[in-house]
Design a binder for this molecule. Structure first.
Ligand SMILES: NC(=O)C1=CN([C@@H]2O[C@H](COP(=O)(O)OP(=O)(O)OC[C@H]3O[C@@H](n4cnc5c(N)ncnc54)[C@H](OP(=O)(O)O)[C@@H]3O)[C@@H](O)[C@H]2O)C=CC1
Ligand SMILES: O=C1O[C@H](COP(=O)(O)O)[C@@H](O)[C@H](O)[C@H]1O
Length: 524
C-alpha cells in the first residue's frame, strides 16, 4: 500500500512539474517559437533532434505555436526528413493523428552554410510564418565543426529577428543558439570558437549541449549529495579511497571510424561527459540551485585540477575477435574509413586529482571505451577499509554506485551479518533500482530535457565557456603529446573489458576489485 501510494505521489509530483512548465511556456505571450535545425539531413537530426521535437510536441510540452524549420544543403523536403526520422520516433498506434499534425508545423529550406543570401532566404521563410517576424528563434547546429563559424556568423547577420537588432525594440522575440560538441579540438581551437561566438552572441544566448547533463542520474547527483545528511560527512579524502567514473559501449565505430578517428575517445567522451560528471561529484555545495551558482562551483573544481600526466593514463584500441559475431570480428583498423596504422585511442583510462582541501590525494579514475563487454555508465565511490578490523580481513570496502545507464540505480555495497546462527560478515547492498521503485514513471530522454530547457531559457544543464576552457586546459597537453609522439595504444579484444594495463593502473591508484560480490536481483 505504502509503495503504491509513494509511486502515485511521485507521479503527481512529476505531473505538477509538467503543468508548471506548461504554464511558464504557454503564459509567455502569443509570440510563436521557431526551431531551426541546421543539418536537418544528417544523422543527429534524424536520430535525436526530430524524434525529441516530436516527443515534446506530443506530450504538449512545447509552446502553443511552435514551427520547425529544417535547413541543409541537400535537396530534401519535409516528407524526406520525415521518412528518415520516423523509425527513431517510437510512434504508437494511437498517435497517428497527432503525428500528422506535428508534420504540418514543419518546413524545409535548402541552402548552403556559407552564402549570406541563403540565410537571408531562410529569414524570409521564417518571416512568412504567422507572426514569424516577431518569433522567438532557436537555432540548433546539428553540424560538423568545420561549418560552425560560417553558420553562426550568418545566423547573426541574417536570422536573429528582433534579438539581432542593436537596440531592442521591446516588441519581438529572443534568439538562442544551441551548439553540439565538439567545442573545438584543443585549448587553442576551443578558445578561437568561443571568441568567435562571444563576438556574435551574449553568453545567455549560447547553449552548449553536453547531453550527459540531461540524464536523470547525472541530474540526480545534486540531490543525492546536497539533499541527504548521511553522505556529506563521508564525501571527502578522509573516507573516500577513490572515485571511478566509467563509460562503456559494447559496439565499435560501425563504419563511421573516419569521423571518430579525428577525435578519439578522450575528446569524444572523457573531456566532456566524464569531466562534467566529475565536477558534479567533486564540487562544493553551491549557494543556491541557480545556473550560475552551480556552474561557478563546477568551474572551481576544474581550476583545482592539474593537467593530465601521461604516466597516469592508459590508452587502448580494439582489435577484432575472430570468434565474435558480426561487427565484433572487425578491429578498429579493419574499418575502411579509418586511416591505415591509426593510433587513435578507442579506450582510455586516466587518473586525475582535484587539489582541494576536500579531495587532495584522492584519485579520480575516469575510464571510457568502445567495443567493450557491456553498455554502462556509472560513478563508483570506493570507500577506505574499515580501520581496526575485528573480522579477520573478511570485510570488503563499501562502494556507493550511481548507475547512470542502463537501468538507473543507486546502490551501496555494504557488509551485513550473514543471516543465520553465526556472526559472519557477508557482502550485500542497499539497492535503489529505479525500475522497481518508480515503476511506470516515464524517464525523459536527455535531449528532451535539454531542448525544453532551451525553450525555457534555463542554462543550468549547459556548459559555460569558462568550464570549457578549463576542461581543455586539463586535456590539451596530453592530447598533443599522444599525437606528436604517436603513442601506440594497447590492443584489447572487441567485447573484452579493455586492456589489462587499465586494471593495473586503477590498482596502482588504490582501487580494489575483490571479485567476490554477487548481486541477487530482487524478486518483487
Ligand atoms: N540496483 C541494481 O540494479 C544493482 C545491480 N547490481 C549489479 O550487480 C553486478 C555487480 O555489481 P558491481 O557493483 O559491478 O560489483 P563488482 O564488484 O562485480 O564490480 C566492481 C567493479 O569492478 C570492476 N571489475 C570487474 N572485473 C574486474 C577485474 N577483473 N579487475 C578489476 N576490476 C574489475 C568493474 O568495472 P568494469 O566496468 O571495468 O568492468 C566494476 O566497476 C553489476 O552488474 C551491477 O549492475 C548490483 C547492485 C544493485
Ligand atoms: O557523445 C557521445 O555519446 C554517445 C553515447 O551516448 P549515450 O547517451 O548513448 O550514452 C557515444 O556513442 C558517442 O560516441 C559520443 O560522441
Amino acid at each position: 500500500m505504502t509503495a503504491i501510494s509513494n509511486v502515485q505521489k511521485t507521479k503527481d509530483q512529476l505531473l505538477k512539474g509538467v503543468s508548471i512548465l506548461k504554464e511558464t511556456l504557454h503564459s509567455e505571450d502569443d509570440v510563436p517559437h521557431v526551431f531551426v535545425v541546421f543539418g536537418a539531413s544528417g544523422d543527429l537530426a534524424k536520430k535525436k533532434i526530430y524524434p525529441t521535437l516530436w516527443w515534446l510536441y506530443k506530450d504538449g510540452l512545447l509552446p502553443k505555436q511552435t514551427y520547425f524549420v529544417g535547413y541543409a544543403r541537400s535537396d530534401l523536403s519535409v516528407q524526406a526528413v520525415r521518412d528518415k526520422s520516423t523509425q527513431y520516433m517510437k510512434l504508437q498506434d494511437d498517435e497517428k493523428d497527432k503525428f500528422e499534425e506535428f508534420w504540418k508545423y514543419n518546413y524545409y529550406v535548402k541552402g548552403s552554410y556559407t552564402e549570406r543570401t541563403d540565410f537571408e532566404h531562410l529569414n524570409q521563410e521564417i518571416n512568412t510564418l504567422p507572426k514569424g517576424d516577431l518569433a522567438h528563434r532557436l537555432f540548433y547546429l546539428a553540424l560538423p565543426p568545420t561549418v560552425f563559424k560560417d553558420v553562426s556568423s550568418n545566423i547573426r547577420l541574417c536570422c536573429m529577428g528582433h534579438d539581432g537588432l542593436e537596440e531592442s525594440t521591446g516588441s519581438g522575440g529572443w534568439s538562442r543558439i544551441i551548439v553540439e560538441k565538439p567545442f573545438g579540438h584543443d585549448s587553442e581551437s576551443s578558445d578561437d570558437l568561443s571568441q568567435h561566438l562571444s563576438k556574435l552572441f551574449r553568453e545567455d544566448q549560447i547553449y552548449r549541449i553536453d547531453h550527459y547533463l540531461g540524464k536523470e542520474m547525472v541530474q540526480n547527483l545534486m540531490v543525492l549529495r546536497f539533499g541527504n545528511k548521511m553522505f556529506s560527512p563521508l564525501w571527502n579524502r578522509d573516507h573516500v579511497q577513490c572515485v571511478v567514473i566509467t563509460f562503456k559501449e559494447p559496439f565499435g565505430t560501425m563504419g563511421r571510424g573516419g569521423y571518430f578517428d579525428e577525435s578519439g575517445i578522450i575528446r569524444d567522451v572523457m573531456q566532456n561527459h566524464l569531466m562534467q560528471i566529475l565536477s558534479l561529484v567533486a564540487m562544493e555545495k553551491p549557494a543556491s540551485t541557480s545556473a550560475e551558482d552551480i556552474r561557478d562551483e563546477k568551474v572551481k573544481v576544474l581550476k583545482c585540477m592539474p593537467p593530465l600526466d601521461l604516466d597516469n593514463v592508459v590508452v587502448g584500441q580494439y582489435t577484432g575477435d575472430p570468434e565474435g559475431q558480426g561487427d565484433a570480428k572487425n578491429g578498429y583498423l579493419d574499418d575502411p574509413t579509418v586511416p591505415k596504422g591509426s593510433v587513435t585511442p578507442t579506450f582510455a583510462t586516466a587518473v586525475v586529482f582535484v587539489k582541494t582541501e576536500r579531495w587532495d590525494g584522492v584519485p579520480f579514475i575516469m575510464k571510457c571505451g568502445k567495443a567493450l563487454n557491456e553498455r554502462k555508465a556509472e560513478v563508483r565511490i570506493q570507500f577506505k577499509d574499515v580501520p581496526g578490523d575485528i573480522f579477520g580481513g573478511q570485510c570488503k570496502r563499501n562502494e556507493l554506485v550511481i548507475r547512470v545507464q542502463p537501468q538507473e540505480a543507486v546502490y551501496c555495497k555494504m557488509m551485513v551479518k550473514a543471516p543465520g546462527m553465526n556472526i559472519n560478515p557477508e557482502e550485500s547492498e542497499l539497492d535503489l533500482s529505479y525500475g522497481a521503485r518508480y515503476k511506470g514513471v516515464k524517464m525523459p530522454d536527455a535531449y528532451e530535457r535539454l531542448i525544453l530547457d532551451v525553450f525555457c531559457g534555463a542554462q543550468l544543464h549547459f556548459v559555460r565557456s569558462d568550464e570549457l576552457r578549463e576542461a581543455w586546459r586539463i586535456f590539451t597537453p596530453l592530447l598533443h603529446k599522444l599525437e606528436k609522439e604517436k603513442i601506440k595504444p594497447a590492443p584489447y579484444k572487441y567485447g573484452s573489458r579493455g586492456p589489462q594495463e587499465s586494471d593495473d593502473l586503477a590498482r596502482r591508484f588504490g582501487f580494489i576489485f575483490s571479485g567476490t560480490y554477487k548481486w541477487t536481483k530482487p524478486q518483487l
